[in-house]
Structure formats: C-alpha cells, structure tokens
Design a protein around this ligand. Structure first.
Ligand SMILES: C[S@@+](CC[C@H](N)C(=O)[O-])C[C@H]1O[C@@H](n2cnc3c(N)ncnc32)[C@H](O)[C@@H]1O
Length: 233
C-alpha cells in the first residue's frame, strides 16, 4: 500500500470514527459483535496469553481479551484519535499508533500468543502484513484474521469501488502465502455469510476447512494460522 493510499484510509476511518458508530464500516452492532464473538472463539483460550489486536479501531477486541484475563494486551491502529481516546480511558492496555506494514514498528511490540487482525488485511498489502505479523507470533501461538473474500461477488464490487487501495485475499491466495511461512503447525478457514433470516444472528458460519473448495464464495473468511511450538492451544 502506498503512503497516499494509507493516508486516504486514515481520512476515511477518521470520518466514520467522528460519526460515533461503534462499527467503523457503517454496518451495525449485531454484525460487529458477532464478528468479535467468532474471532474470540477462533483464538482458543485467552487467559494468561499475550495479545495483539492490530487495526483495533475502537479497541473492543483488545478490551474483551483483557476482560478474559489475557496477561498483556497491545492494541494498534493507524488512526491516532481512536488510540489517544482509548489510551486515556483504558490505561491497562498498551495503545500504539502504527501499521502492520511497518516491520520495525511491529518488531518493537514484541512477541504475542494471539494476533487478531480483524477487517484490516484488505486495507494493507496483506501478503507483506501477514509475513511481518507471523514473525510476531510466539511458538505455539496463532494469527486470527477476519477478512473479506476476493471470491465473493459483493466483495468484488467493493474492490472495484476502491481500486488498488482495497485488495482482499481468497483462500487459494492465502494458502499460497501460508505455504511460504516458516513453522506453520496447521491452518484452517471458515466462511461467514449473511443469513436470510437474521433474527437470531446475522451471519451463518461454515465448518472449518483446510483445502480449497470449488465455488466457495463466502463474504468473509475467518482464518487461523497456528505456529509450531509448546503452546497449549
Ligand atoms: C474496518 S475497521 C476494523 C476495526 C476493528 N478491527 C473492528 O473490527 O472493529 C479498519 C481499521 O483499520 C485501521 N487501519 C486502516 N489502515 C491501517 C493500517 N495501515 N495500519 C493499522 N490500522 C489501519 C482503521 O483506522 C480502522 O480502525
């Protein structure tokens, strides 16, 4: 992602943030909070773990993991307004302004048992970001990402709208990238799709999958990449 594209995203999210919604993409709280629930389920046990929430927005996942007794929580976003407000309100969490494309900055954060990347990878160079963030995962730890799926027709329209500034992966692209990462123990993904009847929850989730499924075109992908090591996950 170029510096200009990154600046454009900062302006875009600044505008949404100023409007005061909890969900920074103008969706709704039910979609937002089910997304967090799905991410936390995918993380496995959180108590005693060191957590990074990158692209944290208003910091809800960081706060939820701290409440679940993570040992340390670091939350990062490129939008300084949100980070400054969170820092003032929630000093038990470390809040930093930065980007997953900045390897030196990410290295300065240390190592983590769980790295959450929720609705961010499409806004950055996702291949570069995953390489950089994988380096931050401790042995036995994992990345949990939720990201739009390039193979979904609605996502395709968003990609067309934002041009080169919005680049979503698909399962085949993720698999190709993950094969290049060192020390991968296993990885899996599942889909999230809006239900016709959303009275209970907006999204239906598919089973976890470990291979490329022809015709799979869920709107969102939940991706877990787990690292070899002595963790208890
Ligand atoms: C769709 S919102 C998701 C926020 C949060 N993860 C959530 O699920 O509520 C995307 C977030 O990514 C942040 N962002 C955009 N580009 C970024 C970058 N290069 N580095 C870090 N954060 C970035 C935005 O400021 C915004 O807070």
């Amino acid at each position: 992602m170029t510096a200009t594209q990154q600046e454009a995203w900062v302006d875009y999210y600044r505008g949404i943030y100023a409007a005061g919604n909890s969900w920074l993409d103008c969706s709704n709280p039910r979609v937002h909070e089910q997304t967090f629930g799905i991410a936390i389920e995918a993380a496995g046990p959180i108590c005693g773990k060191r957590i990074l929430d990158i692209g944290c927005g208003r910091g809800q996942v960081a706060l939820a993991t701290a409440a679940l007794q993570a040992s340390d929580v670091v939350a990062v976003d490129i939008m300084s307004e949100s980070i400054e407000a969170c820092r003032a309100r929630h000093p038990h969490i470390t809040w930093e302004v930065g980007s997953p494309e900045d390897a030196e900055f990410c290295q300065s954060l240390g190592q983590f048992d769980i790295v959450f990347i929720i609705e961010l990878l499409q806004l950055v160079d996702w291949r570069q970001a995953l390489h950089i963030l994988w380096d931050r995962v401790s042995p036995g730890g994992r990345i949990v990402a939720i990201v739009p799926n390039e193979d979904n027709p609605i996502v395709c329209r968003t990609i067309a709208r934002f041009g080169g500034a919005y680049v979503a992966p698909n399962p085949a692209g993720l698999m190709e990238l993950i094969e290049q990462l060192p020390d991968v123990d296993c990885w899996a993904y599942r889909g999230m799709d809006f239900q016709q009847d959303q009275r209970i929850v907006p999204y239906a989730t598919s089973p976890w999958m470990t291979s490329i499924i022809e015709g799979f075109s869920s709107n969102r992908l939940v991706v877990v990449i787990s690292k070899n090591g002595c963790g208890d996950q």
